[in-house]
Ligand binder design. Structure first.
Ligand code: BTN
Length: 255
């Protein structure tokens, strides 16, 4: 089945940072990494990625002209901040703009219990100072179908809503929303977003598998801390889970 596919029109993208657009690239995260002199809040966008990368070393399927494959380059001044919190805020920005979504902690965006978007955040630092943070956002927008191995866990806006969405306005909406939230985060921290994040988080209240180094155990997700960590309970004990260390899977289905 052919996807709903077209090239982006970069002139229709209206964001407060500088936009770098390519029809095809290996990965927009790599584009951002290579752009040493690009200013803070630059946005790298492509219509297709030949080497789209996901979390935990996975590939990210990035077919031509039907998704949003973009990376935001951030150059915060000062000490290292917690990039997992920046990722949570990016997920919340996506979820604010795309109606009907929820979040699987830490940063999978879901519709109908399947993944519609994901975020890969990478950081480079030197002597305790951040050189840059790259927030890579992948959203399945107008895909009509997915490869067999992704069918039961991935979905797109088109599959969910039966209508073709304009990617330029989604890119503009999400990026500007994220910039506003990120500026607030730099002054006030993650805690101001905790309540909204918790409300949108489909993981809370569910039994989940916590997976560390291939080892799987069952726990109940109870809440989110002021720092964006997951509060889980297993065998009567409360644990605070950091997204860098533990991966979380639903007991029933993807979420
Ligand atoms: C995940 O595994 O959930 C994260 C997926 C992140 C994909 C995006 S697409 C734009 C950017 N470039 C990449 O190579 N990856 C991110």
């Amino acid at each position: 089945m052919k996807n709903n596919s077209s090239n982006l029109n970069p002139d229709k993208i209206s964001v407060s940072g500088k936009v770098y657009y390519k029809k095809t690239t290996d990965s927009t995260n790599l584009d951002a990494k290579r752009a040493e002199n690009a200013p803070d809040k630059s946005v790298f966008i492509a219509d297709m990625q030949t080497n789209g990368r996901g979390r935990l070393g996975r590939d990210w399927s990035s077919p031509k002209g039907c998704g949003i494959w973009m990376s935001i380059l951030l150059k915060p001044q000062g000490e290292i901040c917690d990039i997992s919190q920046v990722t949570l805020i990016a997920g919340l920005a996506v979820s604010r703009v795309i109606e009907g979504t929820s979040i699987k902690w830490p940063n999978d965006i879901l519709m109908s219990n399947k993944k519609v978007a994901g975020i890969l955040t990478e950081m480079s630092a030197e002597s305790g100072k951040i050189k840059h943070i790259i927030v890579g956002i992948g959203i399945n927008v107008n895909n009509k179908d997915f490869p067999e191995e992704l069918k039961d866990k991935a979905t797109s806006l088109y599959i969910e809503t039966k209508s073709v969405a304009e990617r330029e306005s989604l890119i503009s909406g999400i990026t500007n929303e994220f910039f506003t939230m990120y500026d607030r985060f730099l002054t006030d921290g993650f805690s101001v977003f905790k309540e909204e994040y918790t409300d949108k988080c489909a993981t809370i209240g569910k039994e989940v598998y916590l997976i560390t180094d291939g080892e799987k155990r069952v726990a109940k997700a109870m809440g989110i801390t002021d720092k964006g960590e997951l509060i889980a309970e297993s065998n009567g004990k409360t644990e605070i889970i950091n997204s860098c260390e533990v991966s979380v899977r639903g007991l029933l289905g993807y979420a």
